[in-house]
Design a protein around this ligand. Sequence first.
Ligand code: ADP
Length: 549
Amino acid sequence: MHGLMMHKQLLISSLIEHADRHHGDTQIVSRRVEGDIHRYTFRDCHRRARQVASALTSLGVQPADRIGTLAWNGYRHLELYYGVSGMGAIVHTINPRLHEDQVAYIANHAEDQYIFFDLTFLPLIKLIAGRCNRVKAFIAMTDHTHMPKDAGIDNLLCYEDLLQQGSADYVWPMLDEDAASTLCYTSGTTGNPKGVLYSHRSSLLHTYAAALPDALNCSARDVILPVVPMFHVNAWGLPYIACMVGAKLVFPGPALDGKSLFELLEVEQVTLCAGVPTVWQGLLGHLEETGQHFSSMKRTIIGGAACPTAMLHRFQEIYGVAVLHVWGMTELSPIGTIGTLKARHLAMSPAERNAVQSKQGRAVFGVDMKIVGADGLELPWDGATSGDLMVRGPWVVRDYFKNESDCSPLLEHAGQAWFPTGDVATIDVDGFMQITDRSKDVIKSGGEWIGSIDLENVAMTHPSVSQAACIAAKHAKWDERPLLVVVRKAQAALTREELLAFYEGKIAKWWTPDDVVFVDTIPLGATGKVLKNRLREQFGDHLLVKAVG
Ligand code: ADP
């Protein structure tokens, strides 16, 4: 017998409708690429999103057509999130930090019909325009006055002109909630970029779960600044969450340096922001230099890469900002786990609490997870045994878009389909998952695994270390041994011996890195993650060469 409740479809357009009706005068503030600050409301955004949908309909855009964006976090990008998905087409956010060949590959693979872009990315558009034959027009996200002259692109349109042609009387269509809404490619650090195609339903369920108190805990009293780009897994869902709960949104545009971010956080009285650890390095560095403190910030979401314990300490104990350590993937929309404390952790000392929060956290309702060993058997949740992390749930990928490999990304395990994340993790009795490594980054020393993240965490607490990455270097006897690659803080005179001695008593002795190499910079990928494969190419033979020398 079926229940007798309404079967209203879960649609992305309902989020902006709700925000308009219940939080119509709540602000959306954006630092524009034109340089100024733009301010309007959810009501304005809803009106303009309908104009986008109407204008695209006039251009002949059909349901399920892919519409690309190459854009920073800003109000026009938000209008596309709602306008494109709302009309039944698919908004395809492209990461402009990828190499131009990858951008062209992704746009062609997605078969984008139109590509919207911020003026910053005009040079990139010029490089790819001739290679993207399916694209009917490139639309510069600016007004008539700022349109580039003689850009050399045949089919170039102006966003504001296009919008003027759209009607605000447009009515959102009733779509099937399982229809695709959004397309996002993985950043390619794990092979060729692969398309993850979210649906209206998966996006809405993710939004509900992510907003919960033990998740990101968002409300109408929050002012949210997503530093995480809207081209990186929908800015972790924050543009949707803000509409669901009616929080004010602040978009930083292209200005992601510590000084610009701090200015915006203070002027707009931001309470919650989100980004990868590398962004926070810049912000914390700025605060240290200037001696300033936050006046309104209460929480910061840190994810995409492990949050170093030293960063947790600085945010929480020095600046009074609670850290929400989040783990996720493009394939998970992206949120899987969040490190919110349980009641029993509250009595702990700050150092003990930071150790708990250094873990990637508990699964949000909707995500099932488990760890399995090489024999395929499920491993215990004892906080010590590590294995391959597998997940499943209504916002976890089932297959990649136009998957050419003939091979499902899912694994059959104990009669059910699971997504193998490629991460290696432990899970403790409280259900806190801790990533010890990505499976391909694990250091296998004499048949035992050494977790690189732990070793990086220790190095990062040294006052002279600015950045540290630990990689597997080939070793004649042990196959692989840990090698630490370090960027020293400016003017710091740290030696290899001092840093290695710093490990004493902090980890098992045999985990101590075999050597340290000091470098000026550590290579980062398009989503701010350390490119360990690049470091392995560069330093993988370091120990062998040293042994011979
Ligand atoms: P890609 O796999 O292409 O880099 P994602 O941006 O989706 O794309 O990255 C997901 C991966 O990032 C995870 O599988 C994990 O290895 C890493 N990751 C994400 N959040 C964290 C975190 N809090 N701690 C450690 N690693 C993380």
